[in-house]
Every structure is written in structure tokens, then in C-alpha cells.
Design a protein around this ligand. Structure first.
Ligand code: GLN
Length: 234
């Protein structure tokens, strides 16, 4: 959703990765885009909804439209559709995002967390980041003013960088059918395990799927190892 507006650091590449990893395995994958003011499809018919990151301005621009989609997104989520959310998209599924000027952008309130940016625009969390998740130690790049509080089930533990707040212990938000994170990158090109978890989840909605076939991720893993070694100074 809003891939033409919420696409910081090539976030929409995440959908390319999902499509690529499905195609390689012969799994049918149809990606439809939804843009501001467009005709809203029945989101419950989709296995996954993706919303990327955006600056405060873009978040303000889509705010009214996103609220229009509230019931449709909520219904899909409650029906088991997977929500994959990056940064600005992550923030807007919580209660609200208050920007550096004090403007409050209402969230959809699907989750209890809320996000407030400090009044000084210089105080941003800008860093490479390493997060220990149940899937793998994953890497990304974070750039957010917003400090997200009240997260009940984080995606993982911060080994390097900031996470949900400046120098916080935890990063992101996780439920069986939700991955929300501050990791740009695009996140999935750097961390194929997250992509495969989502694909596996989506396939599992139709019964009991075969385990996913292995793909050759040697290069991706080697790249990530360089970052892990550099940041964690092994
Ligand atoms: N505008 C939000 C913030 O600064 C989100 C930024 C982003 O998506 N990278 O916190």
C-alpha cells in the first residue's frame, strides 16, 4: 500500500524480494498496488499487506486515506492476513505518531504502541542496526525521529544501533502475522529468513504446506556476515 509514497531507502524492494523468492520456488505470487485515493479492494482476500517507510510529510499526506482504510485493514489482520510494516508504516498501525512540531497523526490503533518524535530534529536515530530475532541475527539501517513506546512483543533484541527508541533494548513489533520494524535496506534483501517466514506463513493459511525449498542465499549471508563482523567487532 502507498508504495509510490512510502518508499524510503528503496523499501518497496521488499515486495520484489518476496516475489523473487516465490517465483524461484514456483509459488504463484500476485502483487497489487494501492495508491492514495484509489479504489480499495477487499483486503481480506490478500495473504499479506505491506506498508513501507516515509518521512513525516508523506505520513501526513496519506493519513486521512489510511484512516479510510482502517476497517478493511483491521478486518484483514483479524482474518489472518500478514502485516509487514516498515518505519512510517509501523508507526501508523499504533495509536498515533506525534512529529517534531507536535502534530499528531492518528494511527489505526491496531496495536497499543505509540510514537513521539523529540522536538529537536537533530535527535534522530540514524545508524546501522543489528537485531537478534527468533529467525536470525538480522541487519538493517534505521533513520527515524519517532520513539516508539508501549511495544508488548518486540521483533527482537538490539545488538547494535537504537531500535524502538534511542539506545533501546528492543526493536520492532512481532506477532505471528505481523512483522513491524525500523529496518530499511530493503530489509528482506539483507535478511532472507524474514522473507521466508512470511512466505511460509502465507502458504500455511491454505492448510499444511510443504516446507519451503532451499534457495542459494550464500551471497546474501556473506554480505550480512561482513556487517555483523564489522558492527559487533568479532
Ligand atoms: N517520519 C518518521 C520518523 O522520522 C518515519 C521515518 C521513516 O519511515 N524512516 O520517525
Amino acid at each position: 500500500m502507498y508504495g509510490d509514497m512510502l518508499d524510503l531507502y528503496g523499501d518497496s524492494g521488499n515486495m520484489e524480494i518476496l516475489r523473487y523468492r516465490c517465483q524461484k520456488r514456483g509459488i504463484k505470487c500476485q502483487v497489487d498496488g494501492y495508491s492514495l485515493g484509489g479504489e480499495l479492494p477487499d483486503l481480506s482476500t490478500y495473504d499479506l499487506i505491506y506498508i513501507g517507510g516515509g518521512a513525516d510529510l508523506e505520513q501526513q499526506h496519506i493519513s486521512a486515506d489510511l484512516l479510510r482504510c482502517k476497517e478493511a485493514i483491521k478486518k484483514a489482520y483479524e482474518n489472518g492476513t500478514f502485516l509487514f510494516l516498515i518505519c512510517g508504516g509501523y508507526q501508523l498501525m499504533g495509536k498515533y505518531y506525534r512529529d517534531a512540531d507536535g502534530n499528531e497523526i492518528p494511527g489505526l490503533g491496531l496495536f497499543d504502541y505509540y510514537t513521539v518524535a523529540p522536538s529537536s530534529r537533530r535527535k534522530r536515530c540514524i545508524s546501522n542496526i543489528v537485531v537478534r530475532t527468533k529467525f536470525a541475527d538480522v541487519v538493517g539501517f534505521e533513520n527515524h525521529g519517532g520513539q516508539t513506546q508501549g511495544v508488548k512483543s518486540p521483533l527482537g533484541e538490539v545488538l547494535y544501533g537504537n531500535g524502538n527508541c534511542s539506545k533501546s533494548q528492543f526493536e520492532g513489533y512481532f506477532e505471528e502475522n505481523v512483522i513491524a520494524t525500523y529496518m530499511h535496506g530493503p530489509c528482506l534483501s539483507k535478511n532472507p529468513e524474514l522473507a521466508d517466514y512470511m512466505i511460509g506463513y502465507c502458504l500455511g493459511r491454505d492448510g499444511s504446506p510443504e516446507p519451503l525449498g532451499e534457495l542459494d542465499d550464500a551471497l546474501e549471508k556473506k554480505c550480512r556476515q561482513v556487517m555483523l563482523d564489522r558492527l559487533l567487532k568479532k
